[in-house]
Design a protein around this ligand. Structure first.
Ligand code: FAD
Length: 431
């Protein structure tokens, strides 16, 4: 089996970082990507500026490879957009000769299993190669692997607007907007309309700020913001205390547009129904409150993992968070105010299925606190383990920028560190 590659699902930042680490360790790899370009999920929100500067967004193994070419490293303190991450980092990385023929684009993984073994069969399971079924050009191809790193993200599986977490009909999914729309480029669609934004993570804050600019030009534009949180304050994060200034600024700007009345806030609002009325959509809460006559609904409530192609593998998933059970207590917003996160690696991400890992934002399940730099450390540790370097796999080190919301307990280097981060989804951390 050792002659087989490690197959990585998804050519996002974490999938490609895993590839760079595998290359560094002389391990064969193959990246399978359903989009037509690497970083295709980032391109869907390409107009959004990240709040973490380049310093945190480039993986160390990838950087080493890129520096063997004439690649110009972006300034460490600058904030890229999603598109710039792809064009100035991921595409140059994927174009390296070391990656030639190792990335299959327009190829979607639809199932993973083991050769001649369904989920029930235990004997010689660990010795049996993985089989990956992937769709490309309408045909299903079969690939084999010695290990799998699933870095397929969560972007394409958005959470619903409803408080009970269920998408009640597929039709509604098509009528509301579940992406972070490029409002500047589509101003016509939003000007002088009533737009409701549901959700309180950073995606929602970005959307609200962009809409406020439309309202500056077209004052009849009405912006309603629907959040479950009791107090909007909770969505603004650490503001000026955040060590990532751009992340703090998102909260501060939103705070201002709420205080100035540009955005009408509906807090403690648990969405029960969305109905088509005579004057647009009516959004109803479980308490009977109504946001009336809405033209466009933007659902920015985060995303959740898709396990549909993993059903023949032996996974162990926390019943609430949908990460591995070892990772769950570290990131569960029910347990931690603001998602305190301890650095973690292979051990916390291990499933009963030997040599199968979920990494990147998907590894966090439904928890909204993922940062790229966390994912880079995950794949460094996983790859060390797959290549037999157990010591390096265990030595997990990571320093994350603080949100300024929660207390931070900085332990001596190489020991457990508690750091706080803030997420992108529904911001459901109850801080
Ligand atoms: C608006 C926004 C802003 C963010 N800002 C920051 C920030 O400032 N700093 C930060 O650290 N993090 C930020 N994040 C969080 C996180 O770092 C990103 O979401 C990042 O893209 C996660 O990387 P990933 O590689 O895990 O997943 P993704 O980037 O989502 O990549 C997954 C890839 O897998 C592919 N794929 C999916 N399913 C399949 C399949 N079945 N078969 C084959 N391929 C598949 C997808 O097409 C995609 O290319 C932000 C997220 C969002 C949404």
């Amino acid at each position: 089996m050792n002659h087989l590659p490690t197959v990585i699902i998804g050519a996002g930042p974490i999938g490609l970082a895993a590839a760079a680490h595998l290359y560094e360790r002389n391990e064969d790899f193959l990246v399978v990507e359903k989009g037509g370009r690497v970083g295709s999920n980032l391109l869907e929100w390409g107009h959004i500026q990240l709040f973490s500067p380049w310093e945190y967004n480039i993986n160390s193994a990838a950087k080493k490879l890129l520096h063997t070419t004439d690649w110009r490293e972006p300034a460490a303190d600058e904030l890229p957009t999603g598109k710039e991450i792809v064009e100035e980092y991921l595409e140059p990385l994927s174009s390296l000769p070391q990656f030639s023929g190792k990335i299959l684009l327009l190829t979607e993984v639809i199932a993973i299993t083991r050769i001649n073994k369904d989920k029930m069969k235990s004997s010689f399971r660990e010795e049996s190669p993985f089989v990956i079924y992937a769709k490309t050009n309408g045909k299903t191809k079969k690939l084999e692997a010695k290990a799998i790193i699933d870095a397929s993200g969560t972007w394409n599986n958005p959470n619903p607007p409803f408080a009970d977490g269920v998408w009640r009909d597929e039709d509604l999914k098509k009528r509301v907007i579940t992406t972070i729309p490029n409002i500047k480029a589509e101003e016509e669609k939003y000007k002088n309309k009533h737009i409701a934004v549901i959700g309180s993570g950073h995606s929602a804050l970005n959307t609200l700020i962009d809409l406020s600019h439309v309202k500056e030009q077209y004052p009849k534009t009405k912006i309603s913001w629907v959040v479950r949180k009791e107090r909007a304050q909770e969505a603004f994060g650490g503001e000026e205390s955040d060590t990532l200034a751009a992340r703090g600024a998102l909260g501060t700007k939103t705070h201002n547009i709420v205080d100035n009345g540009v955005v009408h806030l509906f807090s403690n609002f648990y969405v029960e129904a969305i109905e088509q009325g005579d004057e647009g959509y009516n959004i109803l809460s479980t308490e009977g409150i109504e946001v009336h006559g809405v033209d466009e609904i933007i659902v920015n409530t985060g995303a959740r993992p898709n396990f549909s192609f993993l059903t023949e593998l032996r996974l162990e998933v926390d019943s609430a968070v949908e990460s591995t059970p070892k990772l769950a207590p570290l990131i569960d917003p029910n347990l931690h105010s603001c998602g305190t996160v301890r650095p973690h690696g292979e051990e916390e991400l291990r499933h009963p299925e030997h040599n199968f890992y979920i990494a990147g934002v998907k590894s966090y399940g439904r928890a909204p606190t993922f940062l790229m730099t966390t994912g880079y450390e995950q794949v460094r540790s996983i790859v060390a383990y797959i290549s037999g370097d157990l010591e390096a796999a265990k030595k997990v080190e990571l320093e994350l920028p603080e949100t300024g919301v929660c207390k931070v307990n900085l332990a001596p280097k190489n020991q457990l560190q508690i750091v706080s981060v803030h997420g992108f989804g529904d911001g459901s951390c109850g801080c």
